[in-house]
Ligand binder design. Structure first.
Ligand SMILES: [Zn+2]
Length: 278
């Protein structure tokens, strides 16, 4: 599942290369989107901005129209120089926005709709998002208050709950709890304010650090930019390392499915031996 930082970075790159430019081509595989686009053509509008709100990626066009997409588990946005070959088959394309210079291609994006700014304000999913960990105005105390509201839930599930805080996906969930030294199955109620604060600070640090470009090529010249950024070969502490020795203490990393979607959690039972009431 794309993490908040992946979506934030995708939005930032699309914004850098596409905002201020006029749309020359717009396609979608969604009849509901096409119906709106027939009435209110996207071609000819200027892309005012591309931004992320939690896991929603938004293209704002001139003339009060916003394309909202949600990547869910398998969606991704790629950007290519105009005319460049895509790295994914055309059949996976769901939404296409091109300027004279570049094309943003949404592959396997399961949710797309065209809205006015007022519709977006009223949008239930966006309204219900918790404080955005990558937002400039992130409200730490509000995030902690919302974590307390989910007192009975294991902290691992609380971190995935976008109504508590927006931005953490399954990879960061395990990594953040390792770095904070917290047992992923501890109910939020068993954790002190200091624990919760530490988790939030680590989450924000980790997500923010990942927003900065690393060795990946972000230039349009090569067109080799994708939103798939979390390379499993990178040095993750615990995620996807079940049975292998902890990088800090050598104990075998454990893994277990949990939560409403049976997402896998990875943890080190020695480094994360915090309180557990269940
Ligand atoms: Zn360890």
């Amino acid at each position: 599942m794309p993490e908040g930082d992946t979506i934030f970075r995708a939005a930032k790159t699309l914004h850098t290369y596409m905002s201020g430019h006029v749309v020359t081509r717009f396609e979608s595989m969604y009849p509901s989107v096409n119906r709106v686009a027939e009435q209110q053509p996207i071609v000819g509008r200027t892309i005012e901005s591309v931004s992320a709100r939690g896991k929603h990626l938004l293209f704002t066009f001139s003339g009060d129209l916003v394309l909202r997409t949600h990547l869910r588990m398998n969606g991704s946005w790629h950007i290519y120089p105009a005319g460049a070959r895509w790295h994914r088959p055309a059949r996976d394309m769901r939404v296409l926005v091109c300027t004279a210079r570049a094309c943003g291609v949404g592959f396997n994006i399961p949710v797309a709709e065209l809205l006015t700014a007022a519709d977006l304000q009223r949008h239930a999913q966006i309204r219900s998002l918790g404080p955005d960990l990558l937002g400039d105005s992130f409200d730490q105390e509000e995030a902690i208050r919302r974590m307390r509201d989910r007192a009975a839930d294991p902290i691992a599930d609380v971190l995935l709950n976008q109504r508590v805080m927006a931005g953490i996906g399954n990879v960061f969930k395990s990594e953040v709890l390792f770095l904070a030294g917290v047992d992923p199955f501890a109910p939020a109620t068993s954790l002190t304010d200091a624990d919760l604060r530490r988790i939030v600070v680590v989450a924000r640090e980790q997500l923010t650090a990942n927003v900065l470009p690393r060795s990946r090529t972000l230039t349009l010249a090569t067109g080799r930019w994708t939103t798939r950024s979390l390379n499993p070969n990178e040095n993750l502490w615990v995620y996807s390392r079940g049975g292998r020795p902890c990088r800090r203490c050598g104990t075998a990393i454990q893994s277990r499915k949990s939560g409403p979607d049976a997402r896998v959690t990875y943890w080190c039972p020695s480094c994360q031996a915090g309180p557990r009431n269940s």
